[in-house]
Design a protein around this ligand. Structure first.
Ligand code: MG
Length: 255
């Protein structure tokens, strides 16, 4: 079921968006050579608890997860594309790290992700992150009342394809509201002028994620982390947006 939210509800969602943005900023700032992924998870946990927010990850146990997630943030390193389970790993110079965080504040969820390079970046890694960020911007720009979900998907996919990347359609964006995942699904590629008509009040996450050499993934033995089949690196970025009469409102915008 697709829910449309009132302007007052969207106003209430701003607190969750701001909180998620702040946690991503603080965990990104802490991500450096020599830092353990479990330390980053602890920062997310401490911020969640001290804000009185609720984690939407800790007890999360969907059909594709090997067990309840048990952590507060996804930390995907290098060939890990999505759902990176925090574990005892110390970040090294040049690692590509994506942080994906969602939480519930005052009953509303927000979900957002970013990708960064720890220490010295490689040119091809910066290009991959740049492609994902431009795809996210293109998707947001296409998300307005009167367009269709296919316009958002096509905008994302065309940025990837223009940069020679292929797109995995198994995981994409999703409706966000009282819960973390709802309808509609937001594929990272598609056909313009097709799919759900977009209307004011629709709130959803747009999350392009691309791998440098493939669009195929496999699940790590940890039961959660999704890795590129060819070992190439992956970048993942995400914002939760609301469609308003004035256009898309990025609830998880970072200052
Ligand atoms: Mg997310």
């Amino acid at each position: 079921m697709i829910e449309l939210h009132t302007p007052a509800e969207i106003d209430e969602m701003r607190a969750a968006g701001k909180f998620v943005a702040r946690v991503l900023q603080e965990t990104a700032a802490a991500s450096a050579v020599g830092v353990n992924l479990l330390t980053i998870d602890k920062i997310a946990r401490d911020l969640t608890k001290s804000a009185g927010a609720l984690s939407t990850y800790v007890d999360y146990h969907p059909s594709f997860g090997g067990s309840p997630f048990g952590h507060y943030i996804c930390t995907s390193v290098n060939d890990a594309a999505l759902h990176g389970l925090p574990h005892d790993y110390v970040l090294r110079d040049g690692d590509m790290l994506s942080l994906d965080f969602a939480a519930s504040v005052d009953g509303w969820v927000a979900d957002s992700a970013l990708t960064l390079i720890v220490g010295t970046p490689r040119e091809e890694d910066l290009r991959l992150i740049d492609t994902a960020e431009r795809a996210l911007e293109a998707g947001i720009e296409a998300a307005h009342s009167g367009s269709r979900m296919g316009d958002v998907s096509a905008a994302i996919g065309s940025v990837a394809r223009a940069d020679g990347l292929t797109v995995n359609l198994e995981f994409g964006g999703h409706g966000v509201g009282r819960t973390m995942h709802g309808d509609p699904h937001v594929p990272n590629d598609g056909r313009a002028h097709r799919g759900w008509p977009l209307r004011s009040g629709l709130v959803f996450a747009i999350e392009p994620w691309f791998m440098l050499g493939t669009d195929r993934i496999y699940t790590d033995i940890d039961g959660w982390t999704l890795r590129s089949q060819d070992g190439s690196r992956a970048a993942h970025v995400e914002h939760t947006i609301a469609i308003t009469p004035d256009g898309p409102l990025v609830l998880t915008a970072r200052s």
